[in-house]
Design a binder for this molecule. Sequence first.
Ligand code: GBH
Length: 506
Amino acid sequence: MKLLVILSLAAACHCSTSKHGRRFPDDFLFGTATAAYQVEGAWNKDGKGENIWDHMTHTNPTVIRDQSNGDIAADSYHNYKRDIEMMRELGLDAYRFSMSWTRILPSGMANEVNPAGIEFYNNFINEMLKYNITPLVTLYHWDMPQKLQELGGLANPLFTGWFEDYARVIFENFGDRVKMFITFNEPREICYQGYGADLKAPILNSTAVGTYLCAKNLVMAHARAYHLYDKEFRATQGGQCGITISVNWFGPVTDSAEDAVAAEIKKQGEWGLYAHPIFSSEGGFPKELSQRIAEKSAAQGYRRSRLPEFSEEEKAFIRGASDFFGVNHYTAKLISATKFKKPVPVPSFLDDMDVGEFIPDRWMSAASEWLKLAPNSLYNALTYLKEKYNNPVFYITENGWSTFKDRGLHDYDRIIYYRASMESVLKCLDDGVNLKGYMAWSLMDNFEWMQGYVERFGLYQVDFSDPARTRTPRKSAFVYKHIVKHRYVDYEYLPESMTMTIDDGH
Ligand code: GBH
């Protein structure tokens, strides 16, 4: 009887085991990810228009830790063939990158298309396809056209139309070859950090309403692009359109009932605001959070909630409007209802959630102050999402580890982090999470937003003092390559030499 149970469990598990333990399915998509502003450079070449990161770093350079910018970055605009060579060295199935809106539409609006921008991405995509590397294209990874920002950007409800027009240009030009589109990267970072705080461009710091106005318009813009794809492109192009949300894990710090409530509110604020309208069966913003913001708004003398409502029609339009759930996952925090609170502005999104955050000392630290190796965090996040949203198709669209710029090539902590993530991925697959792929952040060192070039996330190091922006593989690159190739995690493996080769089939 016992044996039968074990046998049937083994049959139900869609992973196979070997002497090396569990394996990743052959069709599991392994890749790496980057974003246009962080790697491309060529900020004003060949007709590209200005975006909010060009504008902010040029007019307000001291907001960046080392006062740097993405004017040249890793110069992928000129080095894209080398980037693809690196993908081949790693044996990647896929590569996630973003398109620069103003490289394609210099003023942001679709009346004027820049042919050089279209040509650049055509060359890039075609070169990738030559080597069987599947492109995953992000439409918006934080580089709002400056002209549209001057009209309010994501705070203007008309943004939803501008975004739909931009999406149409992308689908029309690239959808014959690109089958995976991601509308937005990380709504929380766009809306809270950019509009509700001063942590990302456009550093609006509109604490009371910024996050919420942006959230509503962003989710609506996503849904418009999705429906456009669904109605006008899917039949002929046969691809998928989804969104990527940052889902870090927020567990309660104790098992008290109030800490459980606090952790739930934190989840609703950090990712539910964006995921719930799209992936829940009821639609709209998360209930408890909405209620709390409405109550606080009333007590603060507002005539209406600072969180805008969706109409029933809007709710229905947005609900289910995604072919997959892209998850960017990095770390975790433990949440308390009463302890570890820091002073926050009132009124604000942070005050609305009103929770404390705790990070245990024993969690290994990356160079980024917020980034810790939190045990099982990826597993916890994905299994939670699976239950909450009825197990949609998931892709991990980012996951990675930072080291300081002087670290060099021997990044053992990054190797530990990636192996821990791989364990979580395998456990998710065992548990039936509908997870189809994993993109490591990042293929190479790049402009780490407010941290400039101080913090490095690359599997490949980039020499930013060298005009050629030479790329060199780190130890972690060899380890990731080994995982991708063999489809299991070999804890004994380290490269014997640091010479990279391109293996057969790539
Ligand atoms: C991703 O954002 C980005 O998509 C990518 O462009 C970036 O380079 C990469 O990660 C590495 O940072 O909650 O107060 O602790 C990651 C988003 C950034 C979200 C840091 C949480 C911590 C602020 N994360 N942020 S806090």
